[in-house]
Design a binder for this molecule. Structure first.
Ligand code: ADP
Ligand code: MG
Length: 251
């Protein structure tokens, strides 16, 4: 738990698993008693029921839990894709829950990268086009150096002129990861990124996520229900019935 701080001072917590154990940093992501209730007609589904957790800069956090426990909802709310019903979400010090839709979209575009189970690439564009489009939308224009670093690290150099239909699932997911991190987001959010891949491609994708975390310092939150995938993270958080039950084993 975070110690109480005097009014107006940022909350400081010790870095875990990093090179300077005495150093103090602010969390990059923080949720406080986060609720999300879906309303469909008369039915209310409380998908998040008071989630409180933090992610420090440079962490690779795996969020595990059974199907339906609220993992995707949590990722959508912390990434600004969906609005919280109650509670707070702070991304890099910005309170998402106090923002308009337009402000949240802008923050998401500049600070968050998303990777989904089903890749979601544009079929008409080749790998290069899919990645470059993200740079264009971001408003920075094409940055050849960043493009080169990211595509080399993800082993895509020989695949840049292939369209999604001409690539394996593993290659498509690596393109999706490149697209997600090309604009140097503060945080990469991945929802079951290996859920559509065979074991060999899953391992490759997970190794690359680990490399992005270690070599580029990319902060990652990855959702998975697979313990082997979760083991790639440097911290595992367990979720059940809309809350985080940290430290409590799955079964
Ligand atoms: P997980 O990713 O862990 O499988 P989800 O976050 O997708 O869990 O879902 C959590 C709960 O919220 C489930 O009961 C699910 O049926 C419900 N849910 C998810 N999305 C919606 C939605 N758009 N409308 C209504 N209920 C939803
Ligand atoms: Mg899900």
């Amino acid at each position: 738990m975070t110690p109480a701080q005097p009014e107006g001072r940022p909350t400081l917590v010790p870095i875990r698993g990093m090179q300077h154990p005495i150093a103090q940093v602010e969390p990059l992501l923080k949720t406080e008693l986060l609720w999300k209730v879906y309303r469909t007609g008369q039915v209310e589904v409380p998908a998040l029921q008071g989630v409180t957790f933090e992610v420090l800069p440079g962490e690779f956090v795996a969020v595990m839990g059974p199907s339906g426990c609220g993992k995707s909802t949590l990722l959508h709310v912390i990434g600004g894709l969906a609005q919280a019903t109650r509670g707070r979400v702070l991304v890099d010090g910005n309170d998402l829950t106090a923002m308009s839709d337009a402000e949240r979209t802008k923050l998401r575009r500049h600070k968050v990268g998303f990777v989904f189970q089903r890749f979601n690439l544009l079929p008409a564009l080749d790998a290069r086009g899919n990645i470059a489009l993200a740079q264009h939308i971001h408003g920075n224009g094409f940055d050849p150096h960043r493009f080169e670093v990211v595509t080399r690290m993800l082993g895509l150099t020989e695949r840049l002129h292939h369209k999604p239909s001409e690539m394996s699932g593993g290659e498509q997911q690596r393109v999706a990861i490149a697209r997600a991190i090309i604009n140097e987001p503060k945080i990469l959010l991945a929802d079951e990124p290996t859920g559509s891949l065979d074991t060999k491609n899953s391992t490759l994708v997970l190794e690359m996520l680990r490399q992005l975390n270690r070599d580029l310092g990319q902060t990652i939150v990855m959702i998975t229900h697979n313990p082997e995938a979760a083991a790639y993270g440097n911290r595992i958080v367990h979720m059940r019935d809309g809350v985080i039950v940290d430290g409590v084993p799955e079964e």
